[in-house]
Ligand binder design. Structure first.
Ligand code: ACM
Length: 507
């Protein structure tokens, strides 16, 4: 028995490699009634691999080369699985999510060489380090339609991400229909950043995304960004929003980029932040928040509603705290757990159990660490999105054509080499996990999005899934394993940045 590196990202918790390989051929049958069987058969076919077929119902005697998929309710770790490859393949999920992840691991192991398709004989026992492994897609600055979001779900769930945070509203647009405030989508969804076309999800579209995400074991976290980032709300309902506050940074940035400044009641096409706020001392604002949260909660089976809280730069601390306390309570009253960007932790009375999302730097500055810690003091927990490591919209290199640089330039190694429990002085148990956000100012197409997301999302996936102290949790091991994902991404039509730091393989 030898322990060697397999072509796997994220690295599994425990791997034993045996001698030899098991051929994968078109005579193989896939046993088991799980939807993961169809996912396996279809994905291998897209790779140009052998056309596997399902075994007859009730046929549970695997022949050599067959693949058996089952769940075992006795399994202790949620989302875990074991995978054994001898003369046939056995994948046992602790639950359906675990089985799905076992199938993703098998798909990464399946390789073609001159002798055909095969998988290495191995024994893997695997389960995630963190329960929260998230990606965020900003569909507000630029809009991505249902089929594009589904493709994003496919590519990220294959890396064992289990949370999809959709940033559904911002200054540039409102992207989900709300029956009780219909002008939000009627008037505030048609444009996007840089004057591009917008769009929005009908409620059926939204439910379709929720269901598709669930079929890939991802929970949808909808975000309505409040009280700032609300210029688009004012385009639809001027009485809800204050006049734009034009701070010096905003004006300078608009000049440098040749972009317009925000004008009350008109669609905003620039990239500036911090100029908008809902009217915090008007009761009507809370009717609005309550209605939006209720309608979102009704069509969101997951436990979370994210209510934003970042960059309310024109709002007094007193007003901001007042809003944070009321808005988080509204989410609780709707039966959901609030999630908020870390600034909302400034509010002493933020609703108990609110989850904070830390987006400061790996070495916190200003009040960010204290704000984040306050969520924990209030019985909540933290999602870590350190902007100088996990922000997927930062450029890989200074001259990369897409992305921004305000937090950092983040090459693949920088995305990989950070530790989410080492940023803040909170107990390790307070860290729910990691989320990698993609803000879409510069990404006009899903192709652009994918080039920023891949391969760096794979680095965040490994940080979120793999044991912190595994011998192969090193940059040298990771870059070698990462290179082996290229043929899988190519087969799925996923654009990725072919970073020169990675030894990409052909098959
Ligand atoms: C953020 O990047 N404004 C959360």
């Amino acid at each position: 028995m030898v322990l060697t590196t397999l072509p796997l990202v994220p690295l599994p918790a425990a791997v034993v490699v045996h001698e030899g390989r098991m051929p994968l051929t078109a005579t193989a049958r896939v046993h088991g009634s799980s939807p993961a069987a169809g996912i396996l058969i279809d994905a291998l076919a897209r790779r140009g691999g052998p056309a596997l077929s399902p075994a007859d119902a009730g046929d549970d005697a695997p022949a050599p080369g067959d693949i058996v998929l089952r769940t075992d309710a006795e399994g202790s770790a949620s989302e875990g699985y074991s995978l054994r490859i001898g003369d046939h393949v056995d994948i046992v999920g602790d639950d359906e999510a675990g089985l799905f992840y076992g199938v993703q691991t098998l798909l990464q192991l399946a390789r073609q060489d001159d002798d055909g398709w095969s998988v290495p004989r191995t024994e893997i026992t695997d389960a995630p380090r963190f329960p929260h492994r998230g990606v965020m897609l900003d569909v507000a600055r630029h809009f991505f339609d249902v089929s594009e979001v589904k493709k994003f779900i496919d590519a990220t769930s294959a890396l064992k991400f289990n949370r999809l945070h959709l940033h559904l509203s911002d200054d540039q647009g409102w992207r989900v229909h709300i029956d009780s405030w219909p002008l939000l989508t009627e008037l505030s969804s048609t444009t996007a950043a840089s004057g591009d076309a917008g769009g929005f999800y009908t409620k059926d579209d939204y439910r379709d995304i929720v269901a598709y995400a669930a079929s890939r074991h991802m929970i949808l976290i909808p975000e309505i960004d409040l009280p700032g980032h609300t210029h688009a709300v004012g385009v639809a309902y001027p009485e809800l929003v204050e006049a734009p506050v034009l701070n010096d940074a905003l004006v300078t940035q608009a000049e440098n980029l040749g972009q317009p400044l925000p004008v009350a009641g008109e669609s905003y096409l620039g990239w500036g932040v911090g100029h908008s706020s809902v009217r915090i001392r008007e009761e009507r604002t809370y009717d609005f928040v309550r209605d939006v949260v209720r309608e979102l909660a009704e069509m969101t089976p997951g436990p979370y509603i994210h209510i934003g809280g970042d960059e309310s730069l024109g709002t007094s601390q007193e007003d901001f705290d007042h809003f944070a306390e009321r808005a988080t309570q509204i989410v609780v009253d709707a039966g959901k757990t609030p999630v908020a960007w870390h600034e909302m932790g400034a509010a002493a009375g933020i609703a108990e159990g609110t989850v904070g999302q830390y987006w400061g730097m790996k070495i916190p500055t200003g009040a960010h660490a204290a704000e984040a810690a306050h969520f924990v003091e209030r019985g909540g927990a933290l999602i870590m999105s350190a902007a100088d490591a996990a922000y997927l919209d930062m450029k890989y290199t200074a001259d990369f054509p897409l992305g921004l640089t305000w937090a950092a330039i983040i090459d693949v190694r920088t995305a990989y080499e950070w530790e989410p429990t080492a940023v803040l002085e909170v107990p390790d148990e307070a860290i729910l996990g990691v989320e990698a956000p993609l803000w879409s100012e510069t990404t006009r197409t899903i192709d652009d999005v994918e080039q920023l997301v891949f391969p760096r999302a794979a680095a965040e996936a490994e940080i979120a899934w793999s044991p912190k102290h595994a011998p192969e949790r090193t940059w040298e091991s990771f870059r070698g394993r990462l290179g082996t994902l290229a043929p899988l991404w190519k087969a799925e039509g996923v654009r990725f940045h072919p970073s020169a730091d990675i030894p990409w393989s052909d098959r």
